[in-house]
Design a protein around this ligand. Structure first.
Ligand SMILES: [Zn+2]
Length: 328
């Protein structure tokens, strides 16, 4: 009995937990929309219990016990979640609508039902939303790891020393606006329907929380489809050669296409985070961090010039596209 219980927890649960929760969430939001629930309420009504369930699963099926210990980061992550994930999209949407009004109007005049294939099966429509949004997000994300000016904002997301579900919401508001462009603009122009977008946002929310979670997920061949934990942990590695990989937000397809897919099967990620041991932990300090000089370099850089740069060279062999801001 005990052995059987262990088998289920060790072998079956890691394989099934993510596909099951995702399917259940998508079906729930679809049903609510069918019954006429407002899309904003329906999405929230799925993501909130989803978040609670994922938090519980981190305790039941942890990947690393030490990542379940708070690092004084919960209040900061709660504020990030509230502002970047919940408030900002609602503020930004009317701006996009106003900016894009003329092009949407032009399409409306020339194409009776807009450009979106509303009569295609809903799952195909959701897959299309995912592919289009992921393409844009891939390049915004890759640029954030390539150009120091953008990395300054993205470093907020990479600054924690542990991975748990709330990291999914940890984004600087300036960067979040850039990420919201590929997630919203193409679909406003194409006239994508509320149903497909609601399913996308539920997919995105559940996947994002699982992706950053401390749950022992094992997806097997599905790691060539989803950008799930087994791949995304490498993206949070402190080593640049490991972290400048797996940029996918929900799907890993664009990493496969553009050669940044990374999945070592013989080892686990070691240390995650940024090189600066003094990276600020408070919410307001993190909002200010991109505008300050000492963003991702050690506070003692003046005493030890080039120390962290050399450390990266030793560990990675190269300094290209690295995360350290070299201060002259
Ligand atoms: Zn990143």
């Amino acid at each position: 009995m005990d052995h059987k219980h262990k088998t289920i927890k060790d072998r079956v649960a890691p394989v099934l937990v993510f596909p099951l929760v995702l399917t259940l969430s998508l079906c729930s939001v679809w049903l609510m929309l069918r019954f006429g629930v407002h899309e904003g309420i329906a999405v929230f009504a799925v993501l909130l219990p989803g978040a609670l369930l994922i938090a519980v699963l981190e305790r039941v099926l942890p990947y690393r016990q030490d990542w379940n210990q708070s690092d004084g980061d919960i209040k900061t992550d709660f504020l990030h979640m509230l502002i970047a994930q919940i408030t900002l999209p609602r503020l930004v949407k009317p701006v996009w609508l106003a900016v894009l009004a003329s092009s949407v109007g032009w399409i409306g005049v020339h194409f009776e039902n807009g450009l979106w294939p509303h009569d295609w099966p809903l799952l195909v429509q959701v897959a299309m939303v995912l592919l289009i949004a992921e393409f844009g997000r891939y390049w915004v994300h890759r640029a954030a790891h390539t150009y120091i000016a953008l990395w300054r904002f993205h470093a907020v997301h990479h600054s924690p020393n542990r991975l748990y579900w709330m990291n999914a919401g940890r984004f600087h508001p300036v960067e979040k606006v850039f990420f919201l462009i590929p997630e919203m603009v193409p679909f406003i122009i194409l006239g994508t329907n509320v149903e497909a977008m609601s399913l996308y946002f539920v997919f995105n929310g559940i996947h994002g929380m699982f992706q950053h979670s401390n749950i022992r997920v094992k997806l097997g061949w599905l790691n060539y489809v989803f950008a799930m934990t087994e791949l995304h942990r490498w993206h949070h590695s402190k080593l640049v050669r490991e972290s400048n990989r797996n940029y996918g937000n929900n799907l890993i397809i664009w990493d496969l296409v553009f050669g940044t897919f990374f999945w070592p099967r013989d080892r686990e990620v070691k240390v995650i985070g940024v090189y600066n041991p003094d990276y600020p932990k408070g919410y307001l300090a993190q909002l200010k961090a991109p505008f300050q000089g000492n963003i991702d370099k050690p506070a003692d850089y003046k005493q030890r010039p080039g120390y962290y740069e050399n450390k990266i060279r030793e560990e990675c062999g190269v300094l290209g596209n690295d995360k350290v801001i070299t201060v002259k």
